[in-house]
Design a protein around this ligand. Sequence first.
Ligand SMILES: [Zn+2]
Length: 642
Amino acid sequence: MQVATLKPVQHFVILLLSAMFFYSITHAQVTLNSGIEHCALKSAQTRSAPKAVAQIRKWNYNVNFMDLELWLNDLSAPIRGKAVCNIQVTASVEPGIYMELNRGYTVDSAFINGERVEVVQEGKFDLKIFSQIHHETGERLKLEICFSGWPENSTALFLHEHDTSQILFSLSEPYGCRDWYPGKNDLTEKMDSVVMRFHTLPYYRVASNGLLQAEYIMNGERITVWKHNYPVTPYLLGFAATNYVSYVDTASSAGMPVYIHNYVYPENETLLRTRTKQTVPVMKLFSDLFGMYPFAGEKYGHAQIEWGGGMEHQTMTFMGRFDYEIIAHELAHHWFGNYVTTSSWHDIWLNEGFATYLAGLSYEHLFDGYYWPYWKAQNIEYVTSRPGGSVYVTDTTDVNRIFDPRLSYAKGALVLHMLRWVVGDEAFFKACRNFLNAHAHGFAGTTEVKETFENVSGMNLSYFFDDWIYGEGFPSFQVNCERLINGDYNVDIQQTTSHASVPYFKLPLPLQFFGNGTDTTYVIEVDSRTVTARLAPGFLVDSVKIDPEMWLISANNKALVINEEHPMQLYPNPAGDHISLSYTGNPPLEWYFSDSSGRRFQRGFTLKERSITFNLRGMAAGIYLLSVIQSNDNRMFKFVKY
Ligand SMILES: [Zn+2]
């Protein structure tokens, strides 16, 4: 048994914001990137735990329904439980089936279809349930397991204190379900429905998934029954028990009312009644952007717990802090994470990157422009604070890496923002909705996201996902803008990358030119390390801003504007298939190219135009010289042909 006696932490610092800074949400407590910060805490919560063992197991059944009854009593006593599962055999593996349950529990008895069966506990988590009878694929069985005890070295069940009361709560993601109920502990299935019954002292109330079916006191104990009728994956089940008070906020989704059932500590009720109301406009926004709240037939909810962050238990988010961004982040998970769940912990960005980005979108839409640029700037700075790291998780045995706030959350979110920039707003939001509809109440991975965005945009996005999901690092741009004699600008873009896994990033690069009291923005398609463009802003340029609206993950960018007029200029350099010579004064009398051995070729004579463009297609890559003879000036230009 593990009992922590933490003093309640007062997290609720009120940020006084001028009304000019926002609308829709009033009295908001906003801490930028707290949606990410809370997950760093999630990671820290499990830091002391040994590396989780990735369960590579061939399960031979699906759990369709679970009726879980837990006797929690005064919360600190050992738990007693009974799990009744309706399972369907998917492969007749002899001699029985495996489940997972923390070895801190003793299995008191187990039954298959009412017949008592033998159970052996192996290792830390394995429960081997022997069947006397051979069961064929497709057969439906009723499995009943009675257990008691307390989880050893638990990373998923926590007993803390607030004010003068104890609180017991679960946090199962990613591998912790086995700490409080027997079952499968993976991402291969969703149960169709779940009933959870809790027995406590009358002093305590229990918050959980789905709809409250019954809550009554009988024989000196409070019995609370929750039923969830939507498909749910094991890590999204949860319960929290303490001396809660509860109240309901009403939101709407696609014109339908959605009730937000809040369970908070009595000592925080007054404050939190104002905080939980912030969910209402966010519910409407996400419904407008991504479709109706996927669990509108039941409810949404918050349960206050003793922990720094939030956890998106399906229809009942657990909240350690009622910060605006955490509220938005956890609600967002009900589209991305709960409705459609990552099919693998390798692709956790599908849960966390999307939820982080949706919280960002709530700044974009629900505030007046004050927070949105800050949100983008802070995330770009955070992601580019280190040169490497992929969004894709290669080591799923490391819980800290799965929930890495810089990569799975911030970079995942910014990659989505860039994807929106690449495909455009209309295609982006349509693809998001198509993705959700295609995998409703199921699982999906990076492959499915890529397919959906390619189908909607008509673009091949392999390069994008290779560079930004599987590759590491980010680009830095050096942009040199040199004024030509006719007033146009030769723009030379050089790209370097922070990590060798991506030699260059292909992306549309926005450049904003300022000068003469005006500005204009160009988008240059960057598809190599070096790109040259000739632009005609129509004014003398004072400065150039790279990616002014922060669509891209990039850092250490530099822009240089050269306005002095040279009597003669050769550009671009290095050059591809063409190179141009522009000049003032008299036209050249003669010009010729020579290679490094001194051999002359492509000789020419007087021309009238103020510029000449030479075709270099027949020339091998290398260093060349262009010699130009004017009446009063002889010049030699060295250039690189690539
Ligand atoms: Zn999250």
